[in-house]
Design a protein around this ligand. Structure first.
Ligand SMILES: NC(=O)c1ccc[n+]([C@@H]2O[C@H](COP(=O)([O-])OP(=O)(O)OC[C@H]3O[C@@H](n4cnc5c(N)ncnc54)[C@H](O)[C@@H]3O)[C@@H](O)[C@H]2O)c1
Length: 258
């Protein structure tokens, strides 16, 4: 499998280097697209990636996914999406689903349990789903916050709940931090049943996501505690490895949970 990477930042850079270095059996790096450059990676144009790849990994952000995702799928290339939060936009999701012949894949990214939530929701609608994300306070400052609010976050000595509400609203307010809320909503196939919360904790060394779900299939609680990426502390270090695991499963399906 020839895999191209769009976006060579903290996630895409790790993915591209691992592919370049041959650490994913059955997959090679076809090229990298990033206007910001990446000195040690083979930078190419989008057209070149489309003509030389079987799979394209989007790790460039929500806007880039909207801009190039439909084109990737229309060219018959499979697309592995990392910026899952962008799919809170139903129109974009519909566009991507209709854009084929390429296939759309979503990275599990920073969380797990999506398979079981999907199975439970398939058996019967879930009555309640929550995802609470707790991050180091200083990493949750957003452009829309007032100066006072941002300063309070940087100096708070206590955990502060910044937002709790429908997953779609939380995903929109914290685009870099709430991909996980979108992943849960997409896994259960219902945005309205999912409540998301974002908590700023000045002492949070690890980023945690606590996912709970209740319904006729049972009662579930997953707690994920990820180490933040040293380069981009708003993201977790495991995320590029989730992408690489997905590429490995697509390139050489051996023992794959579906
Ligand atoms: N699914 C998850 O669980 C999860 C977890 C963490 C981050 N994310 C998402 O993954 C995405 C990437 O995160 P990151 O930390 O690597 O970001 P980053 O800012 O470190 O890297 C993004 C890179 O994409 C490049 N880029 C921007 N627009 C581009 C375009 N149109 N074409 C090509 N390259 C372009 C930028 O120059 C940058 O180098 C973000 O949307 C983030 O929210 C998802």
């Amino acid at each position: 499998m020839r895999a191209g990477v769009i976006g060579a930042g903290s996630i895409g850079g790790v993915v591209a280097r691992a592919l370049r270095d041959g650490s994913v059996p059955g997959a090679t790096l076809s090229g990298v697209v990033d206007p910001a450059g990446a000195a040690d990676l083979p930078l190419v144009s989008l057209d070149e990636v489309l003509s030389t790849s079987d799979l394209v990994v989007e790790a460039a952000g929500q806007r880039a996914l909207a801009e190039v995702g439909p084109q990737v799928l229309a060219a018959g290339r499979d697309l592995l999406v990392v910026s899952v939060g962008a799919l809170a936009d139903d129109a974009l999701l519909d566009k991507l689903l209709c854009a084929g012949p390429g296939e759309l894949h979503l990275s599990t990214g920073a969380i797990g349990g999506l398979d079981l939530l999907r199975a439970a929701a398939r058996m019967a609608p879930l009555s309640r789903v929550t995802i609470e994300t707790t991050k180091l306070a200083a990493n949750l400052v957003q452009a829309w916050m007032s100066d006072e609010e941002a300063a309070r976050l940087r100096t708070t000595a206590e955990p502060v709940e910044l937002m709790r509400g429908p997953a779609r609203d939380v995903t929109a307010a914290f685009p870099k931090s709430a991909n996980v809320a979108a992943s849960v909503a997409l896994a259960v196939g219902d945005w309205d049943v999912v409540e998301a919360a974002v908590i700023a904790d000045p002492a949070a060394e690890l980023t945690s996501h606590v996912i709970t779900a209740d319904g006729p299939a049972g009662s579930y609680r997953f707690e994920i505690r990820n180490r933040p990426s040293p380069r981009t502390p708003t993201s977790s270090e495991v995320v590029p490895h989730a992408v690489l695991a997905a590429i490995a499963a697509l390139a050489e399906p051996r023992v794959v949970f579906r």
